[in-house]
Design a protein around this ligand. Structure first.
Ligand SMILES: C[S@@+](CC[C@H](N)C(=O)[O-])C[C@H]1O[C@@H](n2cnc3c(N)ncnc32)[C@H](O)[C@@H]1O
Length: 259
């Protein structure tokens, strides 16, 4: 936990309940060790959605659909949500939760690896919620920037890697070093990319809120630097690491479920 536990407990104690369906799904998620956004992130999303009033939301990392359903309750009438998940065990549960909540027409679940799905998505999403494998955020960013219109909002969850991100590489367990390096690169990019204005908050496990700047233009140079796969296929170099990390991620999740 990166924030004093007593502060978190106090803040959360002020919370009012979610809708009955959200309360039920959250309990079911906790009972089966499925990760869902914490209370602090729930509050932040609710406020941001009410400010931003997005009509198209994209979520990377559905799990069993809790956050997508929460967002559907706080987005304006008529808003459509697209959410991406690749863990086959969770997909049917998410679909059944969307049906339980009567939100099948509002939420579209796309099955598959986010990197591949993002590449194929078209149009724009005025609110993007990034909540999948942390080490992949940096690889998703070029697509996120393409899909985000000017004034669009990107929320990235779990950017502090349980506090590891502030440590030196050598203080971090060897198996977490790739994620550590990539998360640092991601945060640097969020803060330095001229297209974005970003606030990084010590909330939950760290949250970054970015807005695509009005008037900003993605330069040719930037495209070449950040989306090599579109030009020369060089993104393939990243594939083994991504594959390895993906397997590690799902192994950890499966082990968590057994406990
Ligand atoms: C933290 S959970 C999402 C929780 C969810 N947003 C909620 O709060 O209800 C992250 C999810 O991302 C999924 N995920 C991880 N890597 C992915 C990838 N490359 N493509 C699609 N989904 C991925 C995992 O299987 C997991 O279910």
């Amino acid at each position: 936990m990166i924030v004093d536990e007593r502060i978190v407990t106090f803040i959360n104690s002020l919370d009012t309940e979610n809708s009955r369906i959200l309360e039920e799904i959250e309990k079911e998620a906790h009972a089966s060790d499925v990760p869902v956004i914490r209370r602090e992130m729930q509050s932040l999303l609710k406020v941001l959605l009410m400010l931003q009033k997005p009509m198209r939301i994209l979520e990377v990392g559905t799990a069993i659909g809790f956050s997508a359903l929460l967002m559907s309750e706080y987005a304006p009438e008529g808003c459509r949500i697209t959410t991406i998940e690749n863990y086959e065990k969770r997909i049917p549960i998410a679909r059944s939760n969307f049906a339980r909540a009567g939100k099948e027409d509002v939420i579209t679940l796309i099955e598959g690896d986010a990197a591949e799905v993002l590449e194929k998505l078209e149009g724009t999403y005025d609110f993007i919620f990034m909540d999948a494998a942390k080490g992949q955020y940096i690889h998703y960013l070029p697509h996120v920037l393409r899909l985000l219109p000017e004034g669009g909002c990107l929320v990235s969850d779990n950017v502090m890697q349980d506090g590891d991100v502030i440590q030196s590489r050598f203080a971090v367990e060897r198996r977490n070093r790739t994620i550590h390096a990539r998360m640092r690169e991601y945060l640097y990019e969020l803060k330095h990319n001229p297209l974005l204005e970003t606030a990084i908050l010590p909330l939950g496990d760290g949250a970054a809120i970015s807005v695509k700047q009005t008037g900003a233009r993605q330069s040719e140079e930037y495209q070449e630097e950040r989306i090599p796969a579109q030009k020369d296929g060089s993104q393939a170099e990243q594939a083994p690491a991504r594959q390895e990390e993906q397997e590690q991620h799902q192994k950890t999740e499966k082990e968590g479920e057994k406990q």
